[in-house]
Write a protein of this length. Structure first.
Length: 330
């Protein structure tokens, strides 16, 4: 009886914790409709998608986000986007060399005159960083440092689906509108325009037009976006302080300093795939998942071989056990 009581108390506690989690917070990240090819025991990365993902990172994200833990040569490692069995050593892979050389980096070693030059990167170099340091990054991004993306897949719960949902989850164009909060005022003499304060305009989001994930939840009211802050339903945060409406039914998510990045057709895929927002988000999320766990392919094939080996060993041991003890009464 006592055990039963402890059990029910425990369960009730869990349920309260679960419901507290459901209220507020961010929308639950979801995976693309076709799922992730690299999940499950035998799942592997889709190489074509990794290549497209690298293209998205290179052409869009790399202007703000570093990936300091990656070297260009990693792109040609087994399981990597540009792995080619003909070049087991990625340093020899001409494609990897060409990709590296597209990036000018500040040479880590001084030249003969003792200066640091810019030079094309080689496969041995780490990915080019967009800013020399965090302060420069902060200054260029309204006070927020764009995080390094090397291990973002591991640093966020449900990493690939989170990146996918975040990037493709900014609201559609039609929910935004502008409203004047302070009229333009004309200080001083009528024909002197230099001391006029401009009208203050605020960006607001009509929450009733939001469609978040696959949910059919309806919100009534307006979300106010401060300058340099962008609403995203998947960003952990709290929208209540900026919500004009019933605070108990505020939309999920929060605000971040990253403007929406993916607009259909922003990259032109070299393999001819149509660059929809979902496609780009899918590819770059898969690329970041690979970057966070580049040895997954090896680990899984080794893991499978070990399981098969152990299985066979178990069967053999079982039969030898039966054989050895066959004449012993037990
Ligand atoms: C114009 C600069 C800029 C570009 C381009 C950009 N980002 Fe960001 N990103 C930021 C900033 C700034 C932040 C930090 C936002 C904050 O914390 O408020 C951020 C944050 C993030 C985060 C972390 C959100 C979190 O959970 O904290 C992810 C993931 C991300 N960006 C992915 C990407 C990807 C993928 C691309 C390319 C498709 C990209 N970003 C392009 C500026 C940029």
């Amino acid at each position: 009886m006592k055990a039963f009581r402890i059990l029910t108390a425990g369960l009730a506690g869990l349920m309260i914790a679960a419901s507290a989690h459901a209220a507020g917070g961010a929308a639950h990240p979801h995976e693309p409709e076709e799922g992730w090819p690299f999940e499950g025991v035998t799942g592997q990365f889709d190489q074509a998608s990794l290549q497209r993902g690298y293209q998205v990172y290179q052409e869009i994200c790399s202007s703000c986000h570093s990936m300091k833990l990656l070297s260009y040569r990693n792109l040609g490692d087994p399981g990597g986007p540009f792995y080619d069995p003909e070049y087991p050593n990625p340093n020899d892979n001409p494609f990897v060399k060409a990709i590296a050389a597209q990036n000018e980096i500040l040479s880590p070693t001084p030249n003969d005159a003792g200066d640091f030059d810019f030079r094309p990167a080689t496969p041995a170099d780490t990915f080019r960083s967009p800013y020399p340091n965090d302060n420069a990054a902060r200054a260029a991004n309204g006070g927020a440092v764009p995080p390094d993306l090397s291990v973002i897949y591991k640093a966020r719960h449900d990493g690939a689906s989170y990146v996918y949902s975040l990037l493709s989850g900014y609201p559609d164009e039609e929910v935004y509108s502008e409203r004047v909060v302070a009229e333009a005022s004309d200080g001083g003499t009528p024909d002197d325009e230099s001391d006029d304060t401009p009208a203050q305009v605020q960006t607001v989001i009509d929450a009733s037009k939001l469609h978040i994930g696959h949910g059919d939840e309806h919100y009534e009211g307006y979300l106010i976006q401060n300058p340099g802050q962008y609403y995203n339903p998947y960003m952990p945060g709290d929208t209540v302080p900026q919500f004009e409406g019933d605070p108990r039914h505020a939309p999920p998510g929060g605000f971040l300093a990253m403007p929406p990045q993916l607009i259909a057709g922003r990259v032109e895929y070299s393999d001819g795939t149509e660059a929809t927002v979902e496609q780009m988000a899918h590819d770059v999320a898969q690329f970041l998942a690979w970057a966070g766990e580049p040895k997954q392919t090896n680990r899984k094939s080794l893991g499978l071989a070990v399981m098969v080996y152990l299985g066979i060993l178990t069967i053999l041991l079982w039969f030898s056990y039966k054989r050895i003890w066959r004449n012993v009464e037990h």
